[in-house]
Design a protein around this ligand. Structure first.
Ligand code: KG4
Ligand code: ZN
Length: 405
């Protein structure tokens, strides 16, 4: 089976074409093409993702990325095609125009470059339909619906967080383009940490999700982004904070302790609470007050690496403590981490250390560095492992979609 997967939930436009072989329970995923185009450079100027700009960029990029993916995957011979007037019946064209009527730029490119394409060897289309930014999600969903309609291929709507969960479980094979889902023992705990989510998800089996804890306010990635903005470190904040903290550590190893500026220890909100929920807004505010109360504003530049380190330590402490407690109390055998913040080295190192010491019966899975961020490969995998086919008219966007059974 060949799957075309599309991801446009935030600021990456991504298309993958993946072939599955092997058994249904243990499929092998062969990546025929996987393209991720990041809009980060564009949003950096605004200090965060601007939904309508993201939508415009997805509209602009999706058709060229899709054509490149088809070509790379070898599922269509595009170079020989002259873009001629399409032979599609008028009814079919009008229905597609209807689907894409709000995405004018995308429709224009679709009419010019896709109406006339021969049908490629694709069996199913997977698309992220939530959670995420509604204007951004609609571009991918409507594009997928239009293709599904044009070629009469079924559609699988995919929850973005399921994608992040499965990205942690992907194990690369001997050949670099092949992946398999690792053998996992249940119950499995997913620690999903991204720009919009911080969740602990318990799975008794694939397809059975129970959110046992989540953030009550800011997501952890959002807190990294907001603190980075306060420190003038730019967007996205996660990598910038992590890099600044490394600068502090390097200075620390070179100098005597007392030669470095002293920073306050920030609070670890809800670290001792009995439930598995999180809160990062108080931590963020604590950093804000620390900066506001600095007697000498000019010293902020010198203090920035230390503040970044203290903030990161506090955020990671809470994530690790709650996760370890959930593993113990819920008798968890596998911990799978996913989402943009899983790229954080301190988080992965601390989890590895604590799992080894405190929960040696539990196996830890962290995504390959190329798959921590948003990507279409994880959407293809989630569709195969746990997706349901639908007709295009039954697929819409759910910007606040939650993981459920
Ligand atoms: O999963 P993702 O790419 O997009 C969403 O679904 O939100 O996650 C993006 C988030 C951003 O908040 C970004 O700052 C954070 O992941 N992030 C990190 C790191 N790399 C990305 N946070 C901490 N440390 C990192 N190294
Ligand atoms: Zn994401």
């Amino acid at each position: 089976m060949k799957i075309l997967a599309i991801e446009t939930s935030c600021d990456e436009t991504s298309v993958a074409i993946v072939e599955t072989t092997g058994s249904r329970i243990k499929p092998v995923f062969r990546v025929l093409s996987h393209l991720v185009s990041s809009q980060i450079a564009m949003h950096t100027r605004f200090g965060g993702v601007v939904p309508n700009l993201a939508r415009r960029e997805h509209e602009r990029l999706l058709v060229p990325l899709f054509l490149k993916a088809l070509r790379e995957a070898g599922v269509i011979e595009i170079s020989n095609i002259k873009y001629k007037i399409s032979k599609l019946p008028g009814k079919n064209k009008n229905e597609i125009r209807d689907i894409l009527h709000r995405e004018g730029d995308l429709l224009a490119q679709f009419e010019k470059k896709i109406f006339s394409l021969p049908m490629p060897g694709i069996d199913v289309i997977a698309v992220t339909n939530g959670p995420g930014l509604a204007p951004a999600l609609w571009v991918g969903v409507n594009f997928a619906r239009a293709l599904s309609h044009l070629w009469d291929i079924p559609l699988i709507p995919v929850n973005h967080m399921k994608g992040h969960l499965f990205s942690g479980l992907l194990q690369s094979g001997k050949e670099i383009d092949r992946y398999q889902i690792s053998n996992v023992k249940f119950p499995l705990l997913g620690l999903l940490v991204s720009g919009g989510h911080t969740e602990l998800v318990r799975m008794k089996k694939f397809g059975d999700y129970a959110i046992i804890g989540e953030t009550l306010d800011d997501a952890v990635g959002e807190a990294f982004d907001k603190v980075a903005r306060m420190l003038g470190l730019g967007y996205p904040g996660g990598p910038a904070i992590a890099a600044a903290a490394v600068r502090y550590q390097t200075a620390h190893t070179k100098k005597q302790d007392n030669a470095l500026p002293v920073i306050k220890r920030f609070p670890r909100p809800m670290i001792g609470s009995k439930n598995f929920n999180f809160s990062f807004s108080g931590l963020k505010t604590s950093v804000l007050y620390f900066i506001r109360d600095l007697a000498d504003k000019k010293s902020l530049r010198d203090l920035t690496p230390g503040i970044a380190k203290e903030f990161q330590d506090a955020a990671v402490d809470v994530l690790v403590a709650k996760t370890i407690r959930a593993i113990k109390e819920k008798d968890i055998r596998t911990l799978a981490v996913g989402g943009g913040v899983s790229a954080n080295r301190l988080l992965s190192a601390r989890l590895a250390q604590e799992v080894k010491i405190q929960c040696p019966q539990t196996e830890l899975f962290i995504p390959h560095p190329s798959l921590t961020g948003d990507n279409a490969l994880m959407i293809a995998v989630a569709a195969v492992m746990d997706g349901k086919k639908k007709t295009p008219n039954h697929v819409g966007v759910e910007a606040n979609m939650r993981l459920s059974v």
